[in-house]
Every structure is written in C-alpha cells, then in structure tokens.
Design a protein around this ligand. Structure first.
Ligand code: ADP
Ligand code: 5GP
Length: 210
C-alpha cells in the first residue's frame, strides 16, 4: 500500500452567479495540487473557452459512443446539453493521490457519491438571496435579460437539492465564504479514512522527510 493519501474528489455546485468560479479559482490559487476536472460536453464553446481547458467539446455521436463504452464516471443532461466526467481521469487521480475539483451539477455529484462514497465531498455554494443572485448576474453583465431570467428559474430548481450536499457555504461576504470553503477542503483532506496509510507508515517505522 502506498504511504500517500488517496486523492479527494471535491465537488462544488451552485446556481449560476452564486460565486462558485470566484471561490474555486481562489482555492486553486492557494492549493495548486487541486486539479480541475475537465468535463466532456456537447454544448458549443462560448467565446474565450478552450478545448481541453474549460471542457472537451465533442459532438453528440462521440458523446453517445463514450456512454456505450462506459467511459463516463457520471453524465447528465443539463440545460439541454450533455455533460460527463471521464471515468479514467477519476480513477487515475484517486490511485495517484491527486485531488480533483469538480464543477458539476447535483445529478453528477449524486452519482459520484454513490460510486465513491469515501472519496467524494459535496459542497453547495448558496447565494444570500435570489435577489442578490439576480444583482450579481446583472453586474457580471455576461448574459442577456432573458438568459438571466432563465438562470434564476433554474437556480430555484438547483437550490431545492441542497440537502443532498455534505456542506453548504453561503457566499454573502466573499472572505467569510472563502474561509469556510478552504476549511471544508482541509478538513476533508484530513479524514481518518484518507490518512490511514500515513498512520500505518508511521507505525511501520518509515521516516518522512520534512
Ligand atoms: P458562478 O461561477 O457561480 O456563476 P461567479 O464567480 O462568476 O459565479 O460570480 C458572479 C458575480 O458575482 C461575479 O461578478 C463576481 O465577481 C460576483 N461575486 C462573487 N462573490 C461575491 C460576493 N461574495 N459578493 C459580491 N459579489 C460577488
Ligand atoms: P455551463 O454550460 O454553464 O458551463 O455548465 C452548466 C451546468 O453543467 C453547471 O451547473 C455545471 O456545474 C454542470 N456541469 C458541467 N460539467 C458537468 C459534468 O461533467 N457533469 C454534470 N453532471 N454536470 C456538469
């Protein structure tokens, strides 16, 4: 058995505009070993999005082929497009002890938790209110009015699934929310089940370099 801890699957979901990107970028800035899990999607790329960085953009038939070959750890239809997480990426990260950050919805989080109950942490970012969410979406100024209205409807739908998550972080004050998110990440890393290999290594007399 390796004396390194297993990788952690850190899932962060939120309604669009709640501040997930802001918080996750900060987390990855502080913890560079936390890698972003790049999903596959049939959605067309938005301006500025890069293949292999934001998503792997594939056509419908490629996506269906990947489903048939069992290449997804989870996949779901979200807002009319297919999105999926590579099973190989997840398997390799777990066995190599690399932590992965997932920006996936509640359906994906639920499936990963079923498949890897000891390795998955589900975090949901809450907006302070629907009104604050609307204000942030307007201030971000990336979406037209009808898109903002649709996002707000979907937000209510997503919020209804909060009880399926392990942790809820309200993003009212950004610094307070970030402190909570990093505390969750650090706590999850130190769960006994994930660190057992380290304890066994100490017991067996192995020296660790500081
Ligand atoms: P998401 O990734 O969830 O769609 P973003 O991270 O893009 O959300 O945040 C949406 C907008 O709200 C951005 O303009 C961001 O700067 C702003 N924002 C994020 N967190 C806060 C906060 N705590 N208070 C005020 N504005 C915030
Ligand atoms: P967007 O198209 O705005 O990037 O993402 C739309 C939604 O799809 C977001 O809620 C995002 O979390 C979710 N999503 C992105 N990738 C995946 C994935 O691989 N699986 C699942 N289940 N949801 C995903």
């Amino acid at each position: 058995m390796s004396s390194e801890a297993r990788g952690l699957l850190f899932v962060v979901s939120s309604p669009s505009g709640a501040g997930k990107t802001t918080l996750c970028n900060r987390l990855r800035g502080e913890f560079p070993r936390l890698e972003f899990s790049v999903s596959y999607t049939t959605r067309p790329p938005r301006t500025g999005e890069q293949h292999g960085v934001d998503y792997y953009f594939v056509d419908q038939s490629t996506f269906q082929e990947m489903i048939a070959k069992d290449e997804f750890a989870e996949y779901a239809m979200v807002h009319g497009h297919m999105y999926g997480t590579s099973a190989r990426l997840v398997g390799e990260a777990l066995s190599e002890g690399r932590d992965l950050l997932f920006d996936i919805d509640y359906q994906g989080g639920r499936k990963l938790k079923q498949s890897f109950p000891a390795d998955v942490v589900l975090v949901f970012i809450l907006p302070p209110s629907i009104r604050a969410l609307e204000e942030r979406l307007r201030r971000r100024a990336t979406d037209a009015d009808d898109v903002i209205q649709r996002r707000l409807r979907v937000a209510r739908e997503e919020l209804r699934h909060y009880a399926e998550y392990d942790f809820l972080v309200m993003n009212d004050d950004l610094q307070r929310a970030y402190d909570a998110l990093r505390a969750v990440y650090l706590s999850a890393q130190h769960r006994t089940g994930r660190q057992a290999a380290l304890a066994e290594a100490v017991l067996s007399g192995q020296e660790r370099l500081l």
